[in-house]
Design a protein around this ligand. Sequence first.
Ligand SMILES: Nc1nc2c(ncn2[C@@H]2O[C@H](COP(=O)(O)OP(=O)(O)O)[C@@H](O)[C@H]2O)c(=O)[nH]1
Ligand SMILES: [Mg+2]
Length: 369
Amino acid sequence: MKVKVFTAQTMQEAMGQVKSELGRDAVILHTRRFKKGGLLGFGAKEMVEVMAAIDSVPVAASVEKKTLYPSHSFDSKYQSDYSNKTSELQTEIASMRTMLEQVLYKIPKGDNNNDLLIDLLIKNDVELKIAEDLLKNIPNQVRVSLNQPEVIRELLFERIVNCFQRVEGIDIPIVGSKAVAFIGPTGVGKTTTIAKLAAHFSINKGYKVAMITADTYRISAVEQLKTYSDIIGVPIEIVYSPDELKTALQRHQDKQLVLIDTAGRSPRNHYQLAELQAFLETAPHIETHLVLSATTKYKDALDIVRKFSVCSPHRFLFTKVDEASNIGTIINLIYQFPTSISYITNGQNVPDDIELANPQKLANLILRD
Ligand SMILES: Nc1nc2c(ncn2[C@@H]2O[C@H](COP(=O)(O)OP(=O)(O)O)[C@@H](O)[C@H]2O)c(=O)[nH]1
Ligand SMILES: [Mg+2]
């Protein structure tokens, strides 16, 4: 074993000496500070002493360096090995950082406001992953301290509003006709919504409107729409096949808006869905709104959206927001399938209980205490 004492003005300098003489494996046995020079204790310089040892004299640091990166180390082979290693290391560091961030995020942080907001989102049935995603990086984003709950809540609100930014109601063309079909499971409110829209566009807006129903599955369904047709004063057609739908659409070419009701379909019945798809394919210009109830559990709603995707819906329309204890399902779906929302219905009253989706109102409902 070789033991040596090094003195220098700073600890850093002394360590540098240890490293260059004894190498990286040297063991520090002892350090001390002492005063040197001066007169009667005045003007003395502070010095550092380091006692270090090494088992056997190592190859000097400079030689060690040479072994690791020999003089020919920057020929092309070594250079590419070296850069491969560097990029591997960078990838590894990046994935370690992500892991660390995730772990840190999950550590309970007492009364951390993010946790309180996550709890609030989860209480409103927002999926955990989505809640975490919405809150991710918010504090860093504005460099606010975590004790500013109202700032963080405001930022979260804006993020949620952004999720609902895509709002597209029924846009009536200046020239020509628009046909809109409403599809979805049974009982979600398709027929009631059509009646609300027929009244809104014909009575409030003064457009020429017609209704067509392809829901001939139940007599009562046809009668329901016929009653609305009488009250609102818009014509109604009943069609039993895709061909009849085509003819009916041609007959109503003079109308600015044709609203098409369809039979409620079970997302589990492939035959029913294929039949519906065939109806919609008769006229390629039909705009399709998938009607979903806000009271549906997210997992079921996910299944419905997946199954109805064969009909390529252009918009989501959410009903029964008045009955839902929260609207987690709506944000979860929009997050998963970024699709425009057309209308929100919030009651049984025809024609009043319907409105164009409002991102601010929806965001407020998501953050409801
Ligand atoms: N609370 C509430 N009930 C609604 C809403 N929309 C429709 N309904 C009711 O839901 C039930 C089924 O509606 P309907 O239009 O026949 O559904 P469809 O089978 O999809 O055509 C009816 O009792 C409607 O009054 C809504 O926004 N809120
Ligand atoms: Mg119906």
